[in-house]
Design a protein around this ligand. Structure first.
Ligand code: NAD
Ligand code: MG
Length: 285
């Protein structure tokens, strides 16, 4: 058994999008532990939301498996530089792509910049997301509803569409969904709705792209200790975070990364259209 942190956690609240370097305890993104074995040798990956949390763990794992990595993030420059430091320490190249994915031109720009730097895209990980906790429907503004869909769903469509001409047969797209995709938390109504859309989009797109030899899958994490949590959830939920899973604790980002490696790798060549749970024992059926 691991000795990863269990609740109760110290009270902590941050402004959106949150800074990983200010969290206590620090999330474990595999900085000191993830061991690669050449499973993604010389592949090119574009990962959104990879400054922190799950995206950082995926970036570190991909780099240690031999991939060069382009990292999109909103504006958390300190966190992004730390991710880049780990990618480069693995002997791989890293390109940093800050900016707001709710804007259509930025979705196209991150693809163009990745292709300019590396020539193609073999692995696309759509992982950036926005969420906010609300107790009532009336609290959710029209602007927030639209923004959540823009960041979580529409950006995914736009980035896939822009990236496709640069993705050859054998490439892989991985979208981050959530346990909320089929077990919605009512206080995350809008976010949970986008996560259901992502799981559905993934299953449809996998069928569209099958003939081109491109695989598409989604990952549905349970509670994972990341800046998203401390910047969007009330203090009481942060304190008890992950305590209601069978394992009795939140997952760490490093514990989610291995499934992304499998789905990105050539070993995953017959896996497409699926949704993989990483939930600490809470079933998704
Ligand atoms: P995180 O805060 O570390 O990562 C999310 C990233 O999205 C941020 O770092 C931010 O740079 C980026 N982002 C947000 N808004 C953006 C915008 N407008 N433009 C560009 N980038 C933007 O948190 P995380 O928990 O690692 O989240 C990664 C993914 O995992 C998300 O899709 C999230 O929904 C999903 N997820 C997380 C949990 C959890 O418990 N932490 C559970 C299920 C699913
Ligand atoms: Mg971040």
């Amino acid at each position: 058994m691991s000795n990863y942190p269990k609740p109760p956690f110290k009270p902590q609240q941050q402004a959106v999008p949150g800074a990983q370097y200010r969290m206590d305890p620090q999330p474990d993104c595999g900085e000191k532990t993830y061991k690669g074995s050449g499973r993604l040798a010389n592949k090119i990956a574009l990962i959104t939301g990879a400054d922190s949390g799950i995206g950082r763990a995926v970036a570190i794992a991909f780099a240690r498996e031999g991939a060069d990595v382009a990292i999109s993030y909103l504006d958390e420059h300190e966190d992004a530089k730390e991710t880049a430091r780990w990618v480069e320490a693995a002997g791989r190249q890293c390109v940093l792509l800050p900016g707001d994915l709710s804007r259509q031109p930025h979705c196209a720009a991150i693809v163009n910049d990745t292709v300019e730097a590396f020539g193609r895209i073999d692995i696309l990980v759509n992982n950036a997301a926005f969420q906010m906790t609300h107790e009532t429907l009336e609290e959710i503004s029209d602007e927030e509803w639209v923004k959540t869909f823009d960041v979580n769903v529409t950006a995914m469509f736009r980035i896939c569409k822009a990236a496709l001409p640069h993705m050859a047969e054998g490439s892989s797209i991985i979208n981050t969904s959530s346990v909320n995709s089929d077990a919605p938390n009512p206080t995350l109504l809008c976010y949970a709705t986008t996560k259901g859309a992502i799981a559905n989009f993934t299953a449809g797109l996998a069928q569209l792209l099958g003939k081109r030899g491109i695989r598409v899958n989604s990952v549905a994490p349970g509670p994972i200790w990341t800046p998203l949590i401390v910047s969007t959830m009330p203090e009481e939920s942060v304190k008890n975070f992950g305590g209601n899973t069978p394992l009795g604790r939140p997952g760490q980002p490093v514990e989610v990364a291995p499934i992304y490696v499998l789905l990105a790798s050539d070993e995953g060549s017959y896996i497409s259209g699926e949704r993989y749970g990483v939930t600490g024992g809470k079933p998704i059926l």
